[in-house]
Design a protein around this ligand. Sequence first.
Ligand code: ADP
Ligand code: MG
Length: 709
Amino acid sequence: MSSLDLNTSVQYLKGVGPRRAELLIQRGIEDVGDLLTYAPFRYEDRIHFSSVRDLRVGQPQSILVTVLSCGLSRTRRRGMFIYDLAARDASGLIRCKWFNGAYLEQRKVFKQGMRVIFYGKPEPDPYGYRNLQFLNPQFEILPEESQKEGDGFSSSEMGRIVPVYEAIGQLNTRHLRRLIASALATVDLKDVDPLPHSIGKRLGFPGRATALSQFHFPDSSAGIETLNSFRTRAQQRMIFEEFFLLEVGLALKRRRARKQPGICFQTNESIRAAIKKILPFHPTGAQKRVLREIVDDMRSPSPMNRLLQGDVGSGKTIVALQSMIIAICNGYQTVLMAPTEILSVQHYLYAKRIFAPIGVRIALLTSALKRKERTEVQEALRTGELDLVVGTHAVLEKDIEFKNLGLIVIDEQHRFGVMQRLQLKRKGLYPDTVVMTATPIPRTLALTLYGDLDFSVINEMPPHRQPIETRWVKEEDRGKVIRFVRQQVSEGSQVYVVCPLIEESEASDLKAAVAMYEDLSVRVFPDFKVGLLHGRLSNHEKDDVMAQMAAGALHILVSTTVIEVGVDVPNATLMMVEHAERFGLAQLHQLRGRIGRGQKKSYCFLMTSEIVSDEAQRRLKCLEQTRDGFKIAELDLEIRGPGEFFGTKQSGLPLFRFGNLIRDQDLLELAKREASAFVERPPTDPEFVSVVQYLRAHWSRRFGLLHVG
Ligand code: ADP
Ligand code: MG
């Protein structure tokens, strides 16, 4: 095979036919370069296997064994299928079990006499005296040619430390290992290195060719523990390279943004007076500090791009409204965009109330508006008769134009994509932007996720907040909770009852909420006013229900998770979350943020059935113990990992091949420092030029990030 290089399409690799090429391409692996950045997630020591006799309970280990018997059985109690396998090595017997393992039987994965490597954490076997078992272990069946004991093994599989890759469809770790080994053997890597030589050398990193091949196929001298914590020099170098390129890209973006011409807003005595005048309470120290940061940005000549982070209930909205006064008094228009209808309406009403003393012209724009009303708002925005429009995605539509948009505020930013931020910006001429989020993001992650934004944090709650007492309650104690709720409502409190998120469909969510509503209104609390809120109501009906709740006309509001973001009814001090075990941590924290907003002590009851998984128990206990959004976020991140934590790809989290944002925080910090120094180099510096060229060519594919200016 001749002249393979990093840009060769994967389909020309030996062993890749059209079907496999398809699989790879779907995963974003188009050429050999991509394939070589498909990193293993762990390594296995196949020089020293554990012997079955030496296995220790709870410690992850791999063993090489021969299958004695295997087959499907059915459990007595729950009628579940269990796939059961017995195997041995020279030292003893071991059992492996797979719950719901019917597929192993159907596909005839194992046969008697096969040699297999199992990897897992052994547990005591409940039936076998002194024996251990693996539950759902990972496995690798040895290829035909090394099936006989004592035979020579193929060199990428055995007698060395081997990489383990996440399967891609039908392509298992062994297929991938062979592909990567053959690519490494045929491709010339010598000339390709995006990491500036001077930096790599100063930090003592090996060259790229060595680092890349060691990342995949480390020398036997590399310790397995060091490898599995991704701490060898070769691994660190690849991780650093990835972080460094990302950070340089972000630094360049920030620098470019700063050079854009922006609006220089002026402030004066009367503006300052107006800002004070609208405040219905004393701002917290944190609110004052953040407002000052925003005002400084607004007065400066470059466009503001600021992330305002503050836990649920910390009072972000008022700060946003205060900054709007500056824009409006300077003759500019402003927009406040929120992710849901309910939240937009609520912001609209709040803004109207707050701005009443100074006469700001405000309109609401959502998809619920009648055609005629919409046309009126559209016209008023275009001619400049409106100072502020509050709305949902509807404000993004093409035909919504502003006369002179000066300040954009986006609430609950994580619900929107980067593209939408950009779309809104294009409606003005370099307007200032504040995006707000209640998702507490650990700092290093935030640096990456929002690398092109400046940061403000409201890290203090408004005074006189009453604590929220949170209790995890099992079904058998429902009666007690109901009695407590009844008593509290008689004393004037209002209640949210949140119904579960059911995976299958929106329709079943609805059914659960409707059933709950009927039960509560007819049977449990016939003497109270009970309301129902869900996504299928028309916008008008939703507003109506929320308005009733806000006015105190409802005692109890049964709802799906549509109340998750931003809803603010201070007199609602009780919340029951049904099937709380089905919700994620962050979501429960957001939901709970709907109470504890007034002067009265609040109570949150997390209702669950009797049996709850270990992981759900961890979540529920965490919520019982803390209300600190950061602590909750950290646990959430730990449980779910960054990908899930931030939700969709839309969130703008870069896709890392080598690095892991939690494991490699130190390298990320280092990369950031190196990158800030690097971008100060003169634009003619050859290393600088080549990094910029590299980023131009690879930025969006490598990091999944958009080029946003
Ligand atoms: P979030 O940051 O979750 O969006 P909000 O802006 O909705 O929080 O504020 C939550 C509640 O706290 C609102 O009712 C708001 O009026 C009130 N609030 C905000 N700041 C203060 C303050 N400094 N003192 C008293 N109440 C405040
Ligand atoms: Mg809010």
